[in-house]
Structure formats: structure tokens, C-alpha cells
Design a protein around this ligand. Structure first.
Ligand SMILES: Nc1nc2c(ncn2[C@@H]2O[C@H](COP(=O)(O)OP(=O)(O)OP(=O)(O)O)[C@@H](O)[C@H]2O)c(=O)[nH]1
Ligand SMILES: [Mg+2]
Length: 424
């Protein structure tokens, strides 16, 4: 096995940096770092001393820690070296380690070793990635669950239940003359129904998990000049997008990350949608807005309270639903507003003025309730499964449903025998 090395901290200037070495050469490198020879380095023990290159010149004073085989993250011997966080020092140390026989690590290779050495299962490997990228408390909570292996344990519990059911069914196949009492058949059926429901619930968490991890794709749409860019600026809290009284100010869409409560939003400010674009650039802008619709989780439909309701294209209207849209009646500060309650009355409306900071809590509260009740389906703190896992869960659920059908056909209504080719 090769010995590989990588800087674990980002490249840049910082107080300290961390360089990790993994593999069989670690012991020899550790011996060269020890000032006194003789006693072997203690595992998981921090030492302080000079890092001398292979020619004997000191590169830096460092803190280093040795993790013996089996006592490390990867399961292999690891050496962690913490020099000062100077990219030049780090480069020199890594070059020196390569001269001693190490090679540069491939991306993700430390975690790959942990997986190959059975220190982590595949879900936990995904948990490492989730932990690194989590940007909200919810995302971190989910990442911790994933890292702790909780989702795997839940599935193992289900496998145990299924194994018991299978044993009972197989016993009947082996000894068909012992007719399975109706009570047992009912029990098997109930257990399978219960399991399919649980699996279905797990499948449905994947969408929520994605929203929590990657953010809610939120499209700010509406007629020109309704105040869409003003709303983007209002939410992000600074002047990100150009705002002007000239209709058609925003041409191409603008993407900005924002937080509402503890929810991460990928917020798109778009070109105003009008039935009669006045030039080619405006048409192209509208086309782009409509292209974004398919990937949208949440629509903020901005209308101007001082203007009649806008005419919106069917490609947009057909996507708007009470669980994914908030109609923002903007410019609430203007006198004599038009009553828009009959405009898309099935959707929730909220009146705000983006010129009035005091309206922000009202907007954020409406959004947070919409996220909780409609987008997250209230299970934001349950154990969730990612899309990869959900695909397997779906496959398992479909197999169970097949099994259930077979049981109903063959045991209850059929010849009261379970065919050996039943796929339970
Ligand atoms: N009185 C009042 N004016 C507002 C409010 N919000 C925005 N405006 C004004 O409305 C005009 C248009 O605002 P924008 O945010 O540029 O509107 P938009 O929808 O992005 O416009 P386009 O990009 O051209 O489609 C500007 O003059 C803003 O100052 C509000 O709450 N009250
Ligand atoms: Mg704009």
C-alpha cells in the first residue's frame, strides 16, 4: 500500500494548518520527528518539535500526532502534522514528505480508506460529506444522524423484522401440510403492510433532505416593475440587485444565497414577465425565467398593490399551488391600494412594503410556516434518507408489495399455499 499525504485544511494563510500522512511509511517518518530516539511514539499523543527536512534543515516548529494502526480515522497508521498556517511552509513539508516516498492523496482518499477498512459504512461516508457542507442547524442535525449510522440501524431493524416473517413463511413452504392458522396469516399481512408504510414514509424524506442540504430553490417572479429586485434586496439585507423605476431593469436572472430563519434559500431574481416584450433582450430574459420554473421549489409571486393584477403566462400559472407559492403584494406603503383578493384566491397573499424594514418579520414568518407545513412536511427533524438510499428503499417497498399480493392470492383466497417462487 502507498503512503499518501494531503493538507487537510484549506490552502491559505491561517494560524495553523494540518497535513495528514496515511500508510506504512508513517512509522519511519514519526521516528525521524522524534528528538530522542528509543521509546516509540505514543498513539494519539501530541508532540511538539522541529520539522526537519530529509537533508536535516528545519522547516518549521510543529505539533504532530501519531495514530497507530486501528486507532486512526482510516484504520491505517496516520501522522498529523500541524505547522504554522503558511502555504509556503505547508508546500515545503509536503514536498519533503514526497521525497521520503509519500505520494499526494487522491480527493476523498482518507475517507475511502476508512470505508475500505470498515471504519465507516457507505451512509457514514455520505455523512462525512454532509457534515463538511452543512450550512444550517437542520442540515448539521441530519449530517450528524447520518454520520452516527442511525439510518443504517433503522434499516437493519426492518431487515430483522422481515427475516422473522420470512422464516415463518418458509416454514410453511417446507411443511405445507401444517396449514398456517388464519391468525398468523393476518399477522404476517399486517406486519408487511406496516413495513411498506414505513418504507414509503422514508422515501418521502429524500425530497425534504435535499431542501435542507442544498437549499430551497426560490423564484421571485412577477410583472416588470412589481418590485422583484427590491424583494431580493429586502431578503438578503443589502443592495444586491439593481432597482429602478424603469420597467425591464432586470434582464438576466440573479442568484443569491439567503437565510430565512434557519432555512437556506437559493433565491433567483428574474426578469419581469410581460405579454408583450418590447425588445429581444426582454424576450430572452422572460425565456430564461420560464426555464427556471421546472427546478423551482417555491415561488414568490410579486405584484404591485397600486396596479391592476398582472396577466401571467400559463407555463407559470400551472405551477403555482398553495403549497409552493406566496403572493407578495408589494408597495403596501402606497395609498389607495387595489383589492387583489380575487387574484389567484387559492394562494396565500401577504402585503408588504420592501421600503419598510418593519415588514420583514411578517414576511419571514409567512415563509417559515410555508416551509414547515408544505415543503418540509413537518418531518424536518426525523431521520431522513438521501435520494440514493430512497431509490433502494423504493425498490424494497415494491418487492414487499408484490409479496403482500402473493400472500393475499395464495394464502387467503387461493389454494392456501405459498408458491416457493414467491419473492418475499
Ligand atoms: N413605494 C414603493 N416603491 C417600491 C417598493 N418596492 C419597490 N419599489 C419601487 O418600484 C420600482 C421597481 O422596483 P424593482 O425592484 O426594480 O422592480 P422589478 O420588479 O425588479 O422590476 P424589473 O426588474 O424591471 O422587472 C423602483 O422604483 C422601486 O423603488 C415598495 O415597497 N414601495
Ligand atoms: Mg428587477
Amino acid at each position: 500500500m502507498d503512503t499518501f499525504v494531503a493538507q487537510a485544511t484549506p490552502v491559505g494563510t491561517s494560524a495553523i494548518a494540518l497535513i495528514r500522512v496515511n500508510g506504512p511509511l508513517v512509522e519511519a517518518i514519526v521516528s525521524s520527528l522524534q528528538s530522542k530516539t528509543g521509546s516509540p511514539a505514543k498513539t494519539r499523543h501530541a508532540y511538539f518539535g522541529n520539522y526537519n527536512d530529509i537533508a536535516g534543515s528545519t522547516i518549521d516548529t510543529v505539533v504532530w500526532t501519531y495514530f497507530g494502526d486501528g486507532a486512526s480515522y482510516t484504520g491505517d497508521a496516520i501522522l498529523e502534522i500541524m505547522p504554522h498556517g503558511n502555504p509556503y511552509i505547508c508546500k515545503k513539508i509536503i514536498e519533503d514528505l514526497c521525497r521520503r516516498g509519500c505520494r499526494l492523496a487522491e480527493p476523498g482518499e482518507f475517507t475511502q480508506r476508512a470505508f475500505l477498512n470498515k471504519k465507516l459504512n457507505f451512509s457514514q461516508v455520505e455523512g462525512v460529506l454532509e457534515t463538511i457542507h452543512a450550512q444550517t442547524d437542520r442540515a448539521l442535525f441530519q449530517a450528524r444522524k447520518q454520520l452516527s449510522g442511525e439510518s443504517g440501524n433503522i434499516i437493519k431493524g426492518i431487515v430483522r423484522e422481515l427475516t422473522n416473517i420470512r422464516a415463518e413463511v418458509e416454514a410453511h413452504i417446507d411443511f405445507p401440510e401444517d396449514e398456517l392458522p388464519q391468525e398468523n396469516i393476518n399477522q404476517i399481512e399486517d406486519a408487511l403492510i406496516h413495513l411498506t408504510h414505513r418504507l414509503q414514509a422514508f422515501e418521502s424524506t429524500a425530497q425534504t433532505k435535499e431542501l435542507i442540504q442544498n437549499g430551497i430553490h426560490t423564484l421571485i417572479v412577477g410583472a416588470p416593475n412589481a418590485g422583484k429586485s427590491s424583494l431580493l434586496n429586502f431578503i438578503v439585507g443589502h443592495s444586491r440587485a439593481l432597482v429602478s423605476a424603469v420597467s425591464g431593469t432586470t434582464r438576466d436572472y440573479i442568484l443569491e444565497r439567503a437565510y430565512i430563519g434557519d432555512y437556506l434559500l437559493n433565491l433567483y431574481d428574474t426578469a419581469g414577465i410581460t405579454e408583450s416584450p418590447s425588445n429581444e433582450i426582454e424576450s430572452l430574459g422572460i425565456k430564461r425565467t420560464l426555464e427556471l420554473i421546472e427546478q423551482t421549489d417555491l415561488f414568490l409571486l410579486v405584484i404591485d398593490r397600486s396596479q391592476p393584477a398582472p396577466h401571467l403566462p400559463p407555463q407559470l400559472l400551472e405551477h403555482l399551488a398553495p403549497d409552493n407559492t406566496l403572493v407578495v403584494e408589494n408597495k403596501a406603503d402606497l395609498a389607495d391600494p387595489i383589492d387583489h383578493s380575487s387574484f389567484l384566491p387559492q394562494l396565500q397573499h401577504i402585503a408588504v412594503s420592501t421600503l419598510c424594514r418593519n415588514d420583514y418579520p411578517k414576511l419571514s414568518q409567512s415563509l417559515v410556516s410555508l416551509f414547515r407545513e408544505s415543503l418540509m412536511h413537518e418531518h424536518e427533524y426525523d431521520t431522513m434518507f438521501n435520494h440514493r438510499q430512497a431509490a433502494f428503499i423504493q425498490q424494497a417497498r415494491m418487492e414487499l408489495e408484490d409479496g403482500l399480493l402473493n400472500i393475499r392470492k395464495k394464502l387467503r383466497f387461493g389454494d392456501r399455499r405459498i408458491s416457493p417462487d414467491s419473492r418475499i
